[in-house]
Ligand binder design. Sequence first.
Ligand SMILES: Cc1cc2nc3c(=O)[nH]c(=O)nc-3n(C[C@H](O)[C@H](O)[C@H](O)COP(=O)(O)OP(=O)(O)OC[C@H]3O[C@@H](n4cnc5c(N)ncnc54)[C@H](O)[C@@H]3O)c2cc1C
Length: 433
Amino acid sequence: MTDLVLPDLARDRLVLPGDPRYAALRSTYTTRHSPALVLLPHDAREVATALEHARSTGLAISVRSGGHGLSGRSSNDGGVVIDLSRLNEVTVLDRASRLVRVGAGARWAEVAGALAPVGLAISAGDHGNVGVGGLATGGGVGWLVRSYGLTVDHVRAVDVVLADGSLVRADADHEPDLYWAMRGGGQGMAVALAFEIEAVELGHVGVAQVVVEADRGGAMLSRWSEVMAAAPRSWSTAMFLAPHGRSFAAQVTAVVADADEAELLGLGQAFQDVGQVLAQQLSMVPYPALVPAAHLHVNLGQQPSHTTNGLFGRLDARASRSLMDVVAHPAQPLLQLRSLGGAVNDVAPDATAYAHRHQEVLATVTTFPPSGRRHLDAAWSEAADLADGAYTNFESEPGPRAHDRAFPGGTGRRLRDLRARFDPECVLGGDPV
Ligand SMILES: Cc1cc2nc3c(=O)[nH]c(=O)nc-3n(C[C@H](O)[C@H](O)[C@H](O)COP(=O)(O)OP(=O)(O)OC[C@H]3O[C@@H](n4cnc5c(N)ncnc54)[C@H](O)[C@@H]3O)c2cc1C
């Protein structure tokens, strides 16, 4: 029996330890936790009630959408979790203008599956189990990133609950500061309930799965960077790098938006200029095949890991060499490179709280047990010195330094000022003001 005062919500909205649902709700994808209470609000009013109650307990509060955040901040030990998974609507508001309303608690596989039958898509990451709320408040680097830009670039309005429990709609005309902040710096600012997003018309996408030999010195990475800089913006590529026998290999997934067969063949051909192609497979698939419902799963802390990242311009010899040093590090980190540029860089740096609008590459590095954060930092430190900013959503250890990398200069100062205005008591656990 708990002495925790429970909020005025229906019984099925409350999940306490001992409840059969607790096991599937206590943790995140990367971290295991034991909150005192998980709340499952079903609408905006219930989210406000949940937040007001959580504040009154004085306990730590976590806000969760999909539970795929790398920091584990969407759960806690001994506190209250507000789990938004019941707010998972996907509604086409206006097919002509492609305006879609997406609940923060939906997963991107659900969004893709609901929009494909009407010929629409929202580019939003590479994994179908990631939640709308975390990704769409931080950025959104997806399979169509060079043609479509970031997810936040297409957000036209956000409905939020502020830390004081008030419901607010933020768009270009109402609460424009909040609208700016929620597109890139929204975590710890307010609780996003739903986003109105302008989707794109999308038929099939062309996908090339390519394995390319990578050299220790990084020449292949520099060639890839040059090829992508000259590539049509309909191309986006991502690669994992790993040791391969006595050498190294890049496992590349390259996507052409709205492709025809000729473009797909052109994409496959382009890798001949990148390095020795060890294997290649080309296919045309509907967009949901890239973020399939098969990705959906319960989060049980099953993937403990430490992750950080850096943004880079064109990969010159020094940067490429340094990234290959990461791959060769004894801690055996997993390095992923994604091409940026294209539509991402059409947006002005001060238009949204995601300010990085000139970089061309996102590098994400992860270590898995038994390697820990110390090993990650050791492997990454030289590359970190060459990086030009970072993406908040691929950082597992938030804090002032990570904040400054993700939100440099005036962006960081504006976010801190707005957090002091919208959440002065730091109820939502944003980085210290
Ligand atoms: C396997 C995997 C693949 C990924 N792939 C990509 C990718 O391709 N592209 C990409 O851009 N990112 C990717 N990410 C990173 C992902 O965008 C972030 O981890 C994102 O924060 C996860 O969102 P979520 O709702 O699932 O997370 P949660 O764990 O629910 O939340 C993460 C953070 O956001 C806050 N938050 C959650 N919901 C809200 C809300 N509604 N309002 C305000 N704050 C909220 C939480 O409090 C927490 O601090 C990936 C992560 C993983 C683990």
